[in-house]
Ligand binder design. Structure first.
Ligand SMILES: NC(=O)C1=CN([C@@H]2O[C@H](COP(=O)(O)OP(=O)(O)OC[C@H]3O[C@@H](n4cnc5c(N)ncnc54)[C@H](OP(=O)(O)O)[C@@H]3O)[C@@H](O)[C@H]2O)C=CC1
Ligand SMILES: O=C(O)[C@@H]1CCC=N1
Length: 277
């Protein structure tokens, strides 16, 4: 185990909390006994225990008491409520708190937890398979040790970068919502293949592998996407015919505006958290 003797609490082990748990266990950073996960409903917690063998409870205070570091993975609207449960803020004093809630700012988190080092993190569901993209922002009380711990967790399940808090809505859209946008594109390209007679499983496998291959080309060659596109685009060939069709559909502005709009909404998600307190 890379984090010997440490215990991590995941407060709110739903889709994203469970992706992190599964990714960390898969990579061997923590043993199941080093993770304590909470949910609101006992049956949800029990299902997490059955799938991953981690410790579970529906008592957040108990989980926090057992942990050295805490990942807050409830919905944004519930963050304040959870932090204001009896005894929780006192139990979190001097513990590293990593919030993955979209739209909940470091200023909000730090106002609720003035004596805790807080890191805001925005991961995505591919953490489940070790292919995540996580971006961190550090709160005023988070020092290098706390940020290093957060980086260690998220680098274990994918890439991890650090930015300023003001950029977190943008990274929420591009990085965390991003997989959903890509799934829509994969499905749409597969639909095109089906339209031209490919069996659905073949079309789906091809579309997904094309996204993976093209993404790896961008990351591993370091070439600009336009240069890589030019390599594929034979004069008077079929690729340029397809690209012009995409441009007729304003694909670039649609995708860029998609990121802009999701970032705008991400910025609004934390407001309810303050209201619900
Ligand atoms: N889904 C994604 O791709 C991403 C999500 N996020 C962020 O992660 C957070 C969680 O999102 P997601 O996983 O999708 O949501 P889910 O609804 O899947 O999970 C939320 C979890 O919180 C639990 N929960 C609710 N209330 C409490 C409580 N009072 N105490 C303890 N646990 C509680 C729920 O338990 P129960 O089921 O019993 O109600 C559930 O396990 C959000 O803040 C979101 O912004 C960030 C990046 C990506
Ligand atoms: O859609 C959402 O609000 C969450 C946050 C980012 C990804 N999923």
């Amino acid at each position: 185990m890379l984090l010997a003797g440490r215990t991590l609490a995941i407060i709110g082990c739903g889709t994203m909390g469970e992706a992190i748990v599964a990714g960390l266990l898969r990579a061997g950073l923590l043993a199941p006994t080093q993770i304590v996960a909470t949910t609101r409903r006992h049956e949800a917690a029990e299902a997490v225990r059955q799938r991953h063998g981690v410790r579970i409870t529906t008592d957040n205070l108990q989980a926090i008491g057992e942990a050295d570091a805490v990942v807050l993975a409830v919905k944004p609207q519930r963050v304040s409520k959870v932090l204001h449960e009896e005894g929780v803020r006192a139990a979190l004093v001097d513990k590293t708190v990593i919030s993955i809630a979209a739209g909940v700012t470091l200023a909000q988190l730090q106002s609720w937890l003035p004596e805790s080092p807080v890191v805001r993190a925005m991961p995505n569901t591919p953490c489940l398979i070790g292919q995540g993209m996580t971006v961190l922002a550090r709160g005023s009380r988070a020092g290098d040790a706390e940020v290093a711990l957060a980086k260690k967790l998220f680098e274990t399940v994918g890439l991890c970068l650090e930015v300023e808090d003001k950029l977190m809505d943008a990274v929420t859209s591009l990085g965390a919502s991003g997989p959903a946008f890509v799934y829509v594109m994969i499905e749409a390209m597969a639909d095109g293949g089906v339209m031209m007679g490919l069996p659905r499983p073949v079309a789906l496998q091809m579309a997904a592998q094309v996204f993976q291959g093209a993404a790896r080309m961008v990351l591993s060659t370091g070439f600009h996407p336009a240069a890589l596109k030019d390599q594929v685009t034979t004069p008077a060939g079929c690729t340029i015919a397809g690209i012009l069709t995409m441009e007729d559909g304003r694909i670039r502005s649609v995708l860029a505006r998609t990121i802009q709009e999701a970032a705008r909404v991400a910025g609004e998600l934390g407001r309810d958290s303050s209201a619900e307190k």
